[in-house]
Design a protein around this ligand. Sequence first.
Ligand code: M6R
Length: 595
Amino acid sequence: MCGIVGYTGPKKANDIIINGLKTLEYRGYDSAGIAFVKDNKINVYREVGRIAALEKMIENVEAAQLGIGHTRWATHGKPSPENAHPHTSMNRMITLVHNGVIENYLEIKEDLSSKGYTFQGQTDTEVIANYLEDDYKKTKDMKQSIMNMMKTMHGAYALGILCSDDKDTLYCVKNKTPMLAGVGEGFNMIGSDAMAMINETNTFIEIKDLEFLIVSRDEIQIYNQDGDRIERKPFTSNINALDINLGTYDHYMMKEIDEQPAVIRTLINEYVREDDINIDPKLIKELQEADRLYIIASGTSMHAGYVGKYLFEELVKKPVEVHLGSEFGYHLPLISKKPLFIFITQSGETADSRVALKLVNEKGYKSLTITNVEGSTLSREATYTLLLKAGPEIAVASTKAYVAQVTLLAILANYLGGNNIDMNLELSRVAHAIEDIISRKDQIKDIVHHKIAYSRNAFYIGRNLDYFVALEAALKLKEISYIQTEGFASGELKHGTIALIEDRTPVIALISQEQVALNTRSAIQEVLARSANATIISMEKVSNKDDDFIISDTYPLFSPLALVVVSQLIAYYAALEIGNDIDKPRNLAKSVTVE
Ligand code: M6R
């Protein structure tokens, strides 16, 4: 979590860094800060809250040509100006911004304290700044001190560093946390992702773990932790700066919901061929030969994984296990003779999944990462990658990435299962069904107003595939409306949880699967008998005329793709009515790069 931008060049660094930080707010947004080199001095500005507050704070600060900025998601120490980055060492020699967690910072802090160093806040980052100052006093060589720091600090870190003795240079270090260098004519940049720099350049240099950079206006020098120079060619990104514009929308989440039919069509064009699939035949062979698939993911991506498991088991008749990244990395399940590990991750940076992938790699197993971000860490570290092609997803609540993940898993499962479904036709039907839902947004807004917003708690229920959608629907609602919501298998309610149903508790039932439709309708009767406020969302084929919202028929196995969109809109309108920050819900960050 946390986002970093740095710039050195002829333009006004103040604006470039603030604009870059705004695109990185998805990584954390509880406080922000910036440091500029101006008139031979390093000036630091820090503010609690959003980038807009920092922007206001520095509006009258003179233009600088070199600086670093940071947007924070608190790990050590609460959001406060003292804990916001940049952090400066005790004698102001070192100023730095950090994304990550230093595991052994307490013992280093103790050592520094015994040497007389004092600390303003509670962060591990301040310890790095003081360590570097202490070491630099001895070495008088930043390159050497950075190498010493890399050998001493254990953990994850992406750092942007300024040294008061060398006010023309930006230093950058990376280990296990994303960081990229941006290359320009007469300027250079560093940033947590390409979007943070895309308004200035579309040319980037990858930085690998345990490497550091010495960046000036005209040159980017890359070194490994032993100080050996590394040559690496830049690459051109195909991200479009327009993709990150909000346009006429009030929120990215609604923009991204509306983009979903287009995302499905992009995936059809990219991967579906009449009697074939446009995917590396080596990967297809691995998938065919695997005796069991292990899907590893977190949050929304894990919910897409559950649907994927169902599709693979139905269409390919291959066993699939779904595991949480945060659990898998510390307790390996029994592994089959010929496994294939599939990592599903929108960002490609989720630390929990990465720990699991490292373990999989150590054991010598093959892996596939399904991600939306080309060149992301989990993509680079897996054997194969399939891209979701959904375009940047900026709202913290994931919408179009889920739809892209399920669509791609459906394309794969159908092909491996004998290519019996006309995917072009059936996925186009899904895209139409979503367009129809989107055209009836007001109906959903109305349901939310009358039945859901302002409730203390709520339930989504469904059975079979609808249950997996209920899990995702519940996450979406709680994530942005803060209404405590649970996704339940409708048959399971009566085994305990029904005790929570009170007068007017919202219970939202999802019904798209013919074989279980009546069972879910029975569960609705059970909660209605206890005065719940039920909302029924059904698919045409299994609908009753009094259902609250009916979606057009799709191929039954693909109904999650349409049903989920209704739940995304329910979450959106609930958060809107309550007045929450839809794109940046409290306590969350888009890319969870800490364990
Ligand atoms: O980038 P990833 O898909 O690996 O992220 C996993 C989760 O953190 C993410 O899906 C999270 O649950 C979303 N905010 C949900 O909307």
